[in-house]
Design a protein around this ligand. Sequence first.
Ligand code: TXA
Ligand code: MG
Length: 344
Amino acid sequence: LWVVDKITNLSTTYPHITQAAHLLRENEVVAFPTETVYGLGANACSDEAVRKIYQAKGRPSDNPLIVHIASVNKLDEIVKDIPDYAYKLINEFWPGPLTLILPKKGDRLSTLVTAGLETVGVRMPSHPIALSLIREADVPIAAPSANQSGKPSPTHASHVYHDLNGKISGIIDGGATGVGVESTVLDCSSTVPTILRPGGVTKEQLESVIGEVQLDQALIDEGLAPKSPGMKYTHYAPNAPVVLVNGRLEFLQKIINKHQKEGKKVGVLTTEENINQLQANKVIACGRRANLQTVAAELYDVLRKFDDEEVDIIFSESFPQIGVGEAIMNRLLKAAGNQVIEEY
Ligand code: TXA
Ligand code: MG
């Protein structure tokens, strides 16, 4: 495995991007930064290459992958029946953290990418390294998040190294990713566009461009099977169990005290505003409550830090489900296996 030096300035040529593009064309797998999380890329047209993604991640084969392109012109080579509203969204949000689910066209893509579905998720990332790499590889790039399946997605190259060292051909280190949560997955094969996974582009932003957008019922009602196969798996989970606490800080402190008295090593995910008001074995601030984008940006790194601390249980603050807060709470609830303590 090689890890390239941190690329901080794209104004010169990067032999490593050329090297990575070459590996992708040879059907090898390479991790690269996107503006959301690091992706594990492979040639989406090759069964051999795509199989390596599932193997490296330990990903269930019924969970389809997002195909990444570097130019809107490539879109109608792989999907068809693109509704007008999808074009409006593309104009507004591409390149960026929005994945569109559209009917698959032809048989150019490996059937492993779509896990046998008739639709395919496509996105054009905005990270300059991702764009250069896809452009140079000159093939559509299948790329899930570059974590071991079930773990929090990687927002630093070191996270990828930790999970996939020895299992992939290389990592391009572009520093911290930025948005911090994955792209919004929007089903555009239904009449009312439906969010299957909340992410970097918010419901409010989508609605400001195309009007009504709905949340997949499975995101609201736990009992239902999600339309996005990936959403049914345990996800984003650190080693210790996570419990969300919905209430005042005094209440959270009471819960912490109770568990510490029982001899547990307690971790707490809080925010910069509240960190000085809480006491536990390990208290970590995850961004600022006043700006939920900073919470999203640090979320996965903070969840991973609790693994290093070897805590027994993690209590997390809850966040308002508005804007990117929808994606933050979606990931935290998954990490917590829906365990929430409400203040009584
Ligand atoms: O931000 C992102 O989207 C990152 C970066 C690397 O681009 N990628 C990412 O990929 O998060 P992954 O594989 O970890 O998540 C893809 C999600 C899964 O929940 C999957 O089930 C869903 O998208 N998905 C992919 N194709 C689909 C399809 N045809 N229909 C429904 N859901 C689909
Ligand atoms: Mg993932």
